[in-house]
Design a protein around this ligand. Sequence first.
Ligand code: FES
Ligand SMILES: [Fe+2]
Length: 422
Amino acid sequence: MAPKRPLSGAAEEECQMATVERPRPAARDIPQGTAYGRPSQHPDAALTQVGPGTPMGELMRRYWQPVLASRNVTARPREVRILGEDLIVFRDGEGRPGLLYPRCMHRGTSLIWGHVEADGIRCCYHGWKFAVDGQCIEQPCEPNPRQCRPEHRQPWYPVAERYGLVWAYMGPPERMPAMPRFDAMEPLEEGEDYLAFDNSLGSHGDINGPEVVPYSWLHMNDNVMDPFHVQVLHTTFSGTQFVREFEVMPKCEFEEIAGGVIYRAHRDLADGRHQERVSTWMMPNIMFVPDVAMRAGRPNGIGISVPVDDTHSRILMAMRTPRSPDGKRPMRGLEAENFKPWHERTLEERQDQPGDYEAQAGQGPVSLHSEEHLVTSDKGIGLQRRMLRRALEMVAAGGDPPGLSFDEGTVTHVPSGNFYSG
Ligand code: FES
Ligand SMILES: [Fe+2]
């Protein structure tokens, strides 16, 4: 070690100056509220972690979750990630959808390389064939290829189709509820058909946008009980993105209903009419937003914010629409005039007119809930999160969470809609 050298006279003076106490500024001159020394912040893990065995993961698994639009489940196997699990989805030659664990139970290659036949999917490596319920039905290299042992069963999940979507039940088999049905979606009216999307269209308004969005399922879930952002983000900030009615700041009431939360947004319109717009959220991630073109009556669609994993989600939608040969989503209000595909917009254009994608991606992959400041206008989000927390406790205690039915005939009433008076 080098020996300590005495400080020179100049250095000693400098050192003394550094320790001289500076005059303190008057209190009014001290900058307040700076970012310095702020505490570290964190997400609410109980609401955002969705993998197997996590509290929210177990809650989500008690409900049927949509996986893809039916038309995208074909004889070509496809990888999907849902609730933090990687799976293979396909449709066998008889038209039955299947959802399997991807690693072949024989020696582990992926079924993404399998070929689909009339009664199942055949692994590329040694030809084991699995039915949509995972049962192995052929092992061609064995002495008796069709005498498969019953325990040779590829892990699988039950799937079924409704409203143009393929849904899966990934929870404990003995607790499997009936598939959900809603009066907003059925029966179809004369000339209507279901049109379903699995490409997170509701988040960015673009058929070519990101199919999976890079943020937690909770971002979009919060958004549906947030009627005020419609007036700010979609109207005054970005120019009217939907309809002129949204220029009026609504007066809102929030209310808990069985298995969900609703808001009633009241607006006195320029033409003298009074509008009550009712939006519905249902456990645990279902959204019924009334028609934004403000047509009266029941909503024409369902949206579901499905967790892909903790930091990604997929928004799936199904709509009742007049039969249309092109299969394209009908444009909404002024969106039809101003539409420029999201994937063609420059950064500057997105800064000039941010939409739901920008606002929600801006919250980060998982929001930092500890630094949120929820206020009066966030009451709906508070009610949702309280209901979710109560449901987490119910499941942890061995019970069934709200909003489930075990009767296939149950059709849940959805109070959403645009209602007019005056
Ligand atoms: S690894 Fe699939 S059949 Fe052998
Ligand atoms: Fe929005």
